[in-house]
Design a protein around this ligand. Structure first.
Ligand SMILES: Cc1cc2nc3c(=O)[nH]c(=O)nc-3n(C[C@H](O)[C@H](O)[C@H](O)COP(=O)(O)O)c2cc1C
Length: 195
C-alpha cells in the first residue's frame, strides 16, 4: 500500500500571521514521523469567497467553484488525513478556514482529522472544540490527541524555534500515530464500502 496522504492546513490568512511558523514546525515533525506523504496547504493561496454556491456541497458534490479554489479542492480530495493548524479568533476559528470547510463536503467525508492550536491563554483549544463539532457534521473522524501552544509568543523564539521542543514534539508524535491508525482504517473502509 502506498503512503497515506496527510494535508496540513494553515488556517489563518491575515497579513503578519503566525500560522505558518506553527505549520512549518508541525510539517517538519510529520515528515520526520515517516508514516505519511505530507502536503502543506496555505489557505492564503486560495480564493475563498464567503458567498457559497446555490446548492450546498453536501447536496451537490461538484458545485461550481472559483478558478482560484481548484488547486485547493484537488489537494483536499487527494488527502487521507488532515491536520488543521488554527488559532482562536474570538473563541472560534478564522472565517477563511470556515469558508474552506464549507465549500467542500466529500473531500472531508470518512477521513481522519487532527489539530494543532495556538493563541493567547486558550492555545487554540476553543477553535479545536468548534472544529470537532463542524467535522462531525461532515462525517469526518477527529482524533483525541492534539497539540496546543497557549501564549505561543512565549514558547517560540524570534527565529520561530521552540525554546523547549521536547514536549510538543512528543505530543505531535502521539497525534500522528493516532491519526495514522484512523487514516489507514478509514482508507481501507472507503476502498471496500462507498461512503
Ligand atoms: C480576530 C482575532 C480574534 C482573536 N481572538 C482570540 C481569542 O479569542 N483567544 C485568544 O487566546 N486569542 C485570540 N486572538 C489572538 C490570536 O490567537 C493571535 O493573534 C494569533 O497570532 C492569531 O493567529 P495568526 O497570527 O495566525 O492570525 C485573536 C486574534 C484575532 C486577529
Amino acid at each position: 500500500m502506498s503512503a497515506l496522504k496527510l494535508a496540513v492546513i494553515i488556517g489563518s490568512v491575515r497579513e503578519g500571521r503566525f500560522g505558518p511558523v506553527v505549520a512549518e514546525w508541525f510539517t517538519e515533525h510529520a515528515r520526520a514521523h515517516g508514516a505519511f506523504e505530507v502536503d502543506l496547504i496555505d489557505l492564503a493561496q486560495a480564493h475563498l469567497p464567503l458567498e457559497l454556491p446555490a446548492v450546498s456541497p453536501a447536496m451537490d458534490p461538484n458545485p461550481p467553484r472559483p478558478d482560484g479554489m481548484i488547486d485547493l479542492t484537488e489537494r483536499l480530495a487527494a488527502a487521507d488525513a488532515f491536520v488543521i493548524v488554527t488559532p482562536d479568533y474570538n473563541r472560534s476559528i478564522p472565517a477563511a478556514l470556515k469558508a474552506a470547510i464549507d465549500w467542500h463536503f466529500t473531500q472531508w467525508d470518512a477521513k481522519a482529522i487532527g489539530f494543532v492550536g495556538y493563541s493567547g491563554a486558550s492555545g487554540g483549544l476553543l477553535a479545536i472544540e468548534h472544529l470537532r463539532q463542524i467535522f462531525g457534521e461532515l462525517n469526518a473522524h477527529t482524533v483525541r490527541n492534539y497539540v496546543s501552544f497557549p501564549r505561543y509568543y512565549l514558547l517560540f523564539d524570534a527565529e520561530g524555534k521552540l525554546r523547549e521542543p521536547e514536549e510538543p514534539a512528543a505530543a505531535a508524535r502521539a497525534m500522528l500515530d493516532q491519526l495514522h491508525w484512523w487514516a489507514g482504517a478509514l482508507a481501507a473502509a472507503r476502498s471496500v464500502v462507498a461512503v
